[in-house]
Design a protein around this ligand. Structure first.
Ligand code: ZN
Length: 255
């Protein structure tokens, strides 16, 4: 199994999962780069996986279905977008035809209420729930939802490879450094990411091991982070969940 990231819209990545037998497209926010890729590689669009209903993750589905009408679309219910897809039951293992690996679905409300993450072998396609050095904005769910969703991801093996849907890493690192200016792995990561981005190379994927050492949203149990968040927000934080909610508010205000 190989994974390829296609740049789409302004900051999105459309992840393409390929094996000898099949091609699965994750969150096609637009069709054009996917169709170009499929034509260039002489592949077809065999399945589409959607993490949540936002247009920058779903905007290409209708066009792709015009070219590949038999392609199944798996995800949360997308009827409001006019997409008649196969609604996933997160409690069941998903079998995609011709994909030998099974897909484990995680419900991760917070950014949206319908958000799903997909674990295929050691690869997590996490949409807008987790970014490198950051996490998705809280648009529909509440802080408790987001905390539980990130906590569920944190429980996966450290070796899990993380495929978020946006290239937000540099700006997330800038914010993370205001929370942990002396975090050595974070400082080193900033250097690596700057070099990559200067050459136009994606900063992603990342790994859970790395994110646990540099991403403040996965580190809200750390006492020094709780203290810093309390200082910056001028309010007490009593728990890791409190810290996450306040940290998310600080990030929303960060320019
Ligand atoms: Zn979104």
């Amino acid at each position: 199994m190989e994974i390829q990231g296609l740049s789409a819209l302004t900051t999105n990545y459309i992840w393409i999962i390929t094996t000898n037998e099949t091609t699965v497209v994750v969150d096609p926010g637009e069709a054009r780069p996917v169709i170009e890729y499929l034509n260039a590689t002489q592949r077809s669009c065999d399945a589409i996986l959607i993490t949540h209903h936002h247009l920058d993750h779903t905007g290409g589905v209708t066009n792709l279905l015009q070219t590949y009408p038999k392609c199944p679309v798996y995800g949360p219910n997308l009827q409001t977008l006019g997409i008649d897809n196969i609604e996933i039951d997160p409690l069941k293992i998903l079998h995609i035809p011709k994909l030998s690996s099974t897909v484990k679905t995680m419900r991760t409300p917070g950014h949206t209420l319908d958000h799903l993450c997909y674990l295929i072998e050691d690869k997590l396609f996490c949409g807008d729930t987790l970014f490198s050095a950051g996490c998705g904005r809280l648009l529909e769910g509440d802080g408790k939802d987001l905390y539980n969703s990130l906590e569920a991801i944190r429980q996966l093996p450290d070796s899990t490879i993380i495929y978020p849907a946006h290239e937000y890493t540099e700006e997330n690192i800038r914010f993370a450094l205001t929370i942990e200016p002396n975090n050595t792995p974070l400082i080193e990561y900033e250097e690596q990411v700057k070099k990559k981005r200067a050459q136009g190379i994606p900063s992603l994927p990342t790994t859970l091991a790395r994110e646990k050492s540099i991403n403040p949203f996965l580190r809200t149990h750390v006492e020094s982070i709780q203290t810093k968040v309390s200082q910056l927000s001028h309010q007490p934080v009593a728990s890791a969940m409190d810290t996450l909610i306040t940290l998310r508010q600080l990030k929303d205000q960060f320019i």
